[in-house]
Write a protein that binds this ligand. Structure first.
Ligand code: GLN
Length: 480
């Protein structure tokens, strides 16, 4: 069952071959057996899943009727703990559903639980979770990537056919790459941020993981679209991404940015990317080299802007209204400082301090304003590139999944891990990671980037590749 595509699963429900309840039980059983070795979930919602599944049948409306799904624990879920993997929200039960959760429920999906992640989505390895790290199903000694590591590992291990995620600087594409699944980060504004706990609001974007681009197309069609409750959500029709997949990339112009293939890209990973690019040529695409000269500014730009926004967004966690509150505060200042000191982990505290610093009087122009200017230059690189090419292809990471603990004490090397994913986030363009092979026994992802609102082009390019290759169907040993 868990090797079928989403289209096949939905068809099996529609034809009465299976029932939403049977599908739900199949995946709940896998979660029961396989979750202990992965730690991919923070919360299971088996009882609620049964109630929802029992209310669905082959007649149910909704494009995804009966499809089991997992939600990243950054999305508010009514009546269900929503922790953002932080001690700060360990006791928080959301009073409402995020728009993404609401839409996917309306489409007939059955939520099985909430996935583990880096605390407040800050991290690239999932080691910054209050609930402990997630393990990579391809090798349990390695990280799954982050911050949406639980969602990526769960889909890779067949704990659910699809999972939601968020990507602020790579948190969908990077774990998708490291776990060997397909992940798409839509254009900034394509998916509502309402009820998605804010990290860096000018960058945060919801998206999804599944095994294939075609599967992602089904899920994205159901979750995307204008939402009056998110002021940056864009009023623009959402195509039926799945229906639009032609699998044809003949004549498509694909640009390879020289800056993404420079020093730092490990040789075996590079060989995988080169082979994937050749596959596109064999499918009739035209491949050209391009320049994106401001790429090397992305890490420093992002690690000013994202912490700045985080320091402001996280000010709301004060120990007063909701979330963690310290015991027996002496006075108001003690209440704030101890609640925040106890509630936030080390990386979150580091980001808040960096953010407060770059926004402070005297440093604001030198850091924050400067970063806004370099962000514009990075966006212009994309604008210019897309005057000549239809798509950009690149690696997602410099190397496959690193070992747990390997970078945990070195924040800068962790930040540098994001070099290939940050530029698209800063520009707001959509991006995807597609499984493209293996290096050192671990998955390698191909990154595809498209112009603003061309998610359909991305998904189609991924689909074309996946019709010609079978990397996306591989399952890690022990998770068959
Ligand atoms: N790794 C990046 C960070 O730590 C991106 C995280 C994300 O996209 N949420 O901020």
């Amino acid at each position: 069952m868990h090797d079928r595509s989403i289209a096949e699963l939905i068809a099996a429900v529609r034809s009465g071959e299976t029932t939403p309840r049977a599908l739900t039980d199949h995946y709940l059983d896998r979660i029961e057996r396989l979750q202990p070795s992965l730690n991919a979930l923070i919360t299971r919602t088996a009882e609620a899943a049964h109630a929802v599944a029992d209310g669905l049948d082959e007649q149910s409306p909704g494009a995804l009727a009966g499809l089991p799904i997992l939600h990243k624990d950054i999305f508010c879920t009514k009546g269900v703990k929503t922790s953002c993997a932080s001690r700060m929200l360990d006791n928080f039960v959301a009073p409402y559903d995020a728009t993404v959760v609401e839409r996917l429920a309306a489409a007939g999906t059955v939520m099985l639980g909430k996935t583990n992640m880096d605390e407040f989505a800050m991290g690239s390895s999932n080691e910054n979770s209050f609930y402990g790290p997630v393990k990579n199903p391809w090798n349990l000694a390695h990280v799954p990537g982050g911050s949406s590591g639980g969602s990526a590992a769960a889909v890779a291990a067949g704990l659910a056919p699809a999972a939601t995620g968020t990507d602020t600087g790579g948190s969908i594409r990077q774990p998708a790459a490291l776990c060997g699944v397909t992940g798409i980060k839509p254009t900034y504004g394509r998916v509502s941020r309402y009820g998605m706990i804010a990290f860096a609001s000018s960058l945060d974007q919801g998206g999804c993981f599944a095994r294939s681009a075609a599967d992602c197309a089904h899920v994205l069609s159901a979750m995307a679209g204008f939402d009056p409750r998110d002021s940056t959500s864009v009023e623009r029709d959402v195509p039926d991404y799945a229906a639009a997949l032609s699998g044809d990339v003949a004549g498509l112009r694909i640009g390879l940015p020289r800056e993404y293939f420079a020093d730092g890209l490990e040789a075996d990973s590079r060989a995988v990317i080169d082979a994937a690019v050749k596959q596109y040529e064999a499918l009739g695409a035209e491949v050209v080299d391009i320049d994106m000269p401001h790429t090397d500014l992305a890490v420093s730009t992002y690690y000013v802007i994202a912490p700045a926004e985080a320091s402001s967004n996280l000010a709301r966690f004060d120990g007063v209204r909701y979330g963690h509150r310290c015991d027996a505060p002496r006075d108001l200042e003690d209440l704030y400082t101890r609640s925040r000191g106890e509630g936030f982990g080390a990386e979150v505290q580091r980001r808040i301090m960096i953010g407060a610093y770059v926004l402070s009087a005297g440093y604001y122009d030198a850091y924050y304003i400067k970063a806004q200017k370099t962000r514009r230059l990075i966006a212009q690189d994309f604008q210019r590139a897309f005057e000549h090419v239809d798509l950009i292809a690149a690696p997602v990471t410099q190397a496959p999944a690193f070992k747990l603990g390997e970078k945990a004490d070195d924040p800068v090397s962790m930040y540098l891990n994001d070099v290939y994913t940050l530029p698209a986030s800063l520009a707001g363009v959509p991006g995807m990671s597609v499984p493209a092979g293996f290096a050192h026994g671990l998955p390698v992802g191909l990154q595809l980037l498209a112009p603003w609102f061309e998610e359909g082009r991305l998904l189609n390019a991924g689909h074309a590749y996946q019709q010609a290759t079978d990397w996306h169907t591989a399952r890690p040993a022990g998770f068959e």
